[in-house]
Design a protein around this ligand. Structure first.
Ligand SMILES: [Ca+2]
Ligand SMILES: [Ca+2]
Ligand SMILES: [Ca+2]
Length: 702
């Protein structure tokens, strides 16, 4: 093996020499990134999240030849940070005193670590210099260093050189791990002043040279599956100015341009529909002014339209052009040819959208069902999950995933006590297996609406609640949407029966358990926790493992109203197939709604125990409309909705859907009150859609 590596590196050396003569300098852009053709350095334009922490999209980032190959350049306290590792707080970004220099101020506020990172164009790359306000506190010596994470898929299978010592980036993490109990892997390579990543590949080659301490290279995937390759150097005890200085040299291929990206509706187009593809163009690309639509037939491809593209101007970093092929209406399979490449195929067909939505219902929603086992032919997605739900969460706790609880539990149960009745129905939040009550209620409401507005006459799934058994792609003669509405309603009603109000949700007690990747059925043991048993003991239906999920039980007006709306909708959807559950749902909806009508509700009602503050007044509009529809226009709901018109006016973009659905049950004055709001909303939507070449509203908040 070493012989092969040396042979490879010899040929690589020749490539490196041939590229070395070319240099081009980074310059500061108006957005305070450093830019040259083929290379962008993003300097804390994206910041670490205060809620989700390390999302591999913060600090200093490198976009090289169109790919974001490096991220999270920052002072970090871990060799191989994972999602919940401590992250610095961004304070400011300013232009430095040198040309093409940016200075970022950051801090670990609870650790007395305040620092600046100076990023300065230098030669054909850039320099990173870390200045601390004061030397490291003793407890951070040996922990704090400067890290830069490199994208595994850009590097695995390629080589690196630590000084002159070669190595291979592994495709899969293989350790070895440190034996110090930290959970950190040992470095792949360490001790050099200089590291070159991918010397053999001009597209991804980067050299980093450190002026101070030696460099180390880690495979952070050995610690967490979403880890990257980390280049790191430690900050020495007593160091202050220039505590870390790196010279970073990404190889930039001369005159590199990004190939065009042709975007179109991959679902296809119905014949009469406008058909406009959007072509994204590197401003340095000499863009052809024409595109072609080709039809794919048994005889091969045939050009059916050649037309000029229409410039759509610059948006952020690219130029855009539109290719309009609306005139082509003949059903068939087509592709777009532009600048020497052809897209993947799509259909023009009257039934182009006939089989688009079903997967959401019969696969994805089915896969998220909690408290049941889920099978798909040979594959078992989950054993029956969370049958040990749930224990009462304690007061005064700030938990992960945005859950928190104040002093009031709003619950008859003591902290840690088992709450019977909750191990039924509901859907798990994607990837983190918690039951978020308002989202569950919203899914119920959306399924009800989808049946009423579009029809969801579809059956591919077997659902047997009594047996806690779900089978995907095994029809059982019952509409899947009704079975899902029932499944969501089971959980919402269970909460109401236990507490008399909606709760915030049900989530794992411990971070290690919450980070679980696998089937939901193995996240807990399904046995009720019994403090009298040892952690590994099992007896009857109990065990000593403290893995039962916690119920966060705060009584919040907005949650009650969202659940009231979901249950009111479920009542009409289930009226024919399950009149008993429909009646229970309606009674609970009315009680929850009535409880929140005693006076004006303040936003959040002074308490917000979730990460997503909701306007209780706006949720009141939606809940009132559901009861109005279910009751076919009972005056109590019609009158209340009229009283809520000021709230509708104030929150119209958020409540437009329910507000408009109420029209058939209201008088002409209500309809007239909505009309100007709809006109204003339409004008705003048109303005937002004109702000970018895609013709859709784009939010940039997160
Ligand atoms: Ca969650
Ligand atoms: Ca079914
Ligand atoms: Ca358990």
């Amino acid at each position: 093996m070493p012989t092969k590596v040396i042979a490879l590196l010899t040929s690589v050396g020749a490539i490196a020499l041939s590229q070395a003569a070319y240099t081009q300098s980074l310059t500061l852009s108006p957005n305070e990134t450093l830019e040259t053709q083929g290379l962008s350095v993003i300097v804390d334009q994206n910041q670490f999240s205060p809620i989700f922490f390390d999302e591999k999209n913060a600090g200093l980032q490198i976009v090289l030849h169109g790919d974001r190959i490096a991220t999270d350049g920052a002072v970090r306290l871990d060799k191989t940070p994972e999602q919940w590792a401590r992250v610095p707080a961004f304070i400011s970004r300013t232009r430095g005193t040198e040309p093409n220099q940016i200075v970022v101020r950051s801090a670990y506020k609870d650790a007395k670590l305040d620092y600046s990172v100076k990023v300065t164009a230098e030669g054909d790359g850039f320099r990173i210099a870390v200045d601390l306000d004061r030397p490291l506190p003793a407890e951070l010596v040996g922990k704090a260093g400067f890290n830069l994470d490199f994208l595994p898929t850009a590097y695995f299978g390629k080589t690196y050189l630590m000084d002159s010592a070669p190595g291979l980036f592994p495709r899969h993490p293989t350790g070895p791990m440190g034996k110090d109990g930290s959970g950190d892997p040992l470095p792949l390579a360490t001790g050099g002043k200089s590291i070159t990543l991918a010397p053999e590949d001009p597209m991804t080659r980067v050299t980093i040279t450190s002026d101070q301490g030696p460099l180390a290279l880690y495979d952070a995937r050995a610690r967490a599956q979403n880890g990257w390759f980390v280049v790191r150097s430690m900050i020495a005890a007593g160091a202050k100015d220039n505590a870390v200085v790196w010279h970073v040299r990404p190889n930039v291929v001369k005159d590199w341009v990004r190939p065009p990206v042709v975007s179109f509706n991959q679902a296809g187009y119905t014949p009469a529909r406008p058909k406009v593809a959007l072509i994204e163009l590197d401003p340095n690309f000499k863009a052809p002014a024409e595109a072609e639509l080709v039809r794919l037939t048994a005889d091969g491809r045939k050009t059916v339209l050649r037309a000029k593209t229409q410039p759509r101007g610059r948006w952020t970093r690219y130029d855009y052009a539109a290719f309009d092929f609306s005139s082509i209406r003949e059903p068939g399979v087509y592709a777009i040819a532009y600048a020497g490449t052809t897209t993947n195929p799509f259909r023009i067909a009257p039934d182009a959208y006939a089989r688009i939505w079903q997967t959401s219902l019969d696969t994805f929603i089915a896969g998220q069902m909690d408290h049941v086992g889920i099978r798909e032919q040979y594959r078992v997605w989950s054993a029956p999950s969370h049958l040990d739900d749930a224990r009462q969460a304690p007061p005064n706790i700030a938990h992960f995933d945005g859950y928190k609880m104040g002093a009031n539990l709003d619950s008859p149960f003591k902290p840690g006590q088992h709450i019977p009745g909750l191990a039924v129905g509901g859907w798990q939040d994607a990837g983190d297996y918690d039951i978020q009550t308002p989202e569950n209620a919203t899914v119920v409401r959306d399924l009800v609406w989808a049946r009423e507005l579009f029809g969801l006459d579809w059956d591919e799934t077997s659902v047997d609640e009594a047996a806690r058994a779900v089978e995907i792609r095994k029809p059982d003669g019952v509409e899947d949407s009704l079975q899902q509405i029932r499944h969501g309603t089971l959980q919402l009603l269970a909460q109401y029966k236990v507490f008399g109000h909606a709760i915030v949700g049900i989530v794992d007690p411990a971070l290690r358990q919450y980070a679980h990747l696998g089937d939901a059925g193995s996240q807990t043991d399904g046995l009720l926790y019994d403090a009298a048993l040892k952690p590994t003991d099992r007896k009857g239906g109990a065990s000593g493992a403290q893995d039962d999920r916690w119920a966060f039980t705060t009584d919040l007006p907005a949650n009650n109203l969202i659940v009231a709306g979901g249950l009111a909708g479920a009542a009409r959807a289930l009226a024919a197939s399950d009149p008993k559950m429909a009646a229970e749902a309606l009674a609970a909806a009315k009680a929850l709604w009535t409880k929140q009508q005693r006076g004006p509700i303040k936003a959040g009602d002074g308490r917000d125990d979730s990460t997503s503050p909701r306007s209780a007044e706006a949720t009141n509009v939606a809940a009132t409309v559901e009861l109005l529809i279910t009751s076919k226009g009972e005056p109590i709901y019609a009158n209340r909705l009229r009283e809520l018109l000021p709230v509708i006016r104030e929150n119209f973009p958020r409540v437009a859907g329910p507000a408009v659905r109420a029209i058939p049950f209201m008088d002409a004055a209500y309809r007239s009150a909505l009309e100007p709001l709809v006109r204003t909303m339409k004008a705003t939507a048109d303005t937002d859609q004109a702000k970018n070449p895609f013709g859709v509203p784009i939010a940039t908040g997160t």
